[in-house]
Design a protein around this ligand. Structure first.
Ligand SMILES: [Zn+2]
Length: 274
């Protein structure tokens, strides 16, 4: 019998359109030029930046270019009346979308969503790292490496690296993993944030073309950790939520989920249901 037969279910015409989900889709607002002050807690400093890409509000979390590139900062003031010499200012380059609404299912060390609008990769990756600003060009090979998710021995990974990957998995360093119609993505936290991609063939349980942004030329610990997490999460889904899973799931670590869900709020109410 095949394991993980989930993925065959089709649920047309049953799209979730709850108010929560609608709220999770941030309205695209017209940008409004401003000069903003941004506080960087890791440096305990506040600096001014020019913004012409977003409609920024006090409290927004953002990334900037310049010396503090890569560090997240919080907007502490927004000024619309200004006259500045542009060459003297660095800019706001991204806003971190921290909204988190919708239905989540507990799945071991992670929480899972089956709605692609709730925790899409493009949103979650900004919780961990700034967008790439260099003009570096990335090239992928298509070597068609394949192995069975059920039998990671077929992954051709050395035992030392597998051990380290196992530790990463145990330490809950696979922060995010998702599959969208067979295309998989994962975020693993090592000495920095690594992004992984793969394909999953649910008919035969094969993983194809797994790659990692650490650019190892051999299967790395991040890849092994991600595959262990994928197995755990698919097991959880299969055993508990198979009827919810059509062709998409995304899972984030519970810690990150709690940090994002509760982070901005000092007061409020939490309702837990079973
Ligand atoms: Zn790697």
């Amino acid at each position: 019998m095949k394991k993980y037969p989930i993925g065959f279910l089709v649920r047309d015409g049953e799209k979730q359109t709850t108010k929560e989900v609608e709220r999770s889709i941030k309205e695209v607002e017209e940008p409004r030029k401003s000069v903003v002050e941004i506080y960087f807690s890791t440096r305990n400093m506040t600096l001014s930046y020019y913004n012409d890409m977003f409609n920024l509000k006090v409290g927004d979390l953002v990334y900037v270019d310049g010396k503090l590139e890569g560090l997240g900062g919080r907007v502490v003031s927004v000024n619309y009346s200004f006259k500045i010499k542009l060459s003297e200012y660095k800019r706001v380059i991204a806003v971190i979308d921290t909204t988190l609404y919708g239905e989540f299912y507990l799945a071991g060390s992670h929480v899972v969503s089956f709605n692609e609008k709730i925790i899409p990769y493009e949103k979650v990756i900004r919780w961990f790292k700034a967008p790439n600003t260099d003009e570096e060009e990335f090239i992928e090979g298509n070597g068609e490496n394949r192995f069975l998710l059920e039998d990671l021995g077929t992954m051709e990974i050395s035992s030392q690296i597998a051990d380290r990957g196992f530790n990463y998995y145990n330490e809950n360093r696979v922060k995010y993993i998702s599959i969208d119609k067979g295309k998989g993505k994962a975020i693993v936290e090592g000495s920095e944030i690594y992004e992984l991609e793969f394909e999953y063939e649910y008919q035969n349980g094969e993983i194809i073309n797994l790659n990692c942004s650490c650019f190892c030329s051999y299967p790395c610990k991040h890849q092994f950790a991600a595959m262990l997490q994928l197995r755990e999460t698919l097991d959880m889904i299969e055993n508990n939520y198979a009827h919810e899973y059509a062709s998409y799931f995304a899972a984030i670590s519970k810690n990150k989920y709690i940090e994002m869900a509760l982070g901005k709020n000092d007061i409020g109410k939490i309702i837990l249901e079973v």
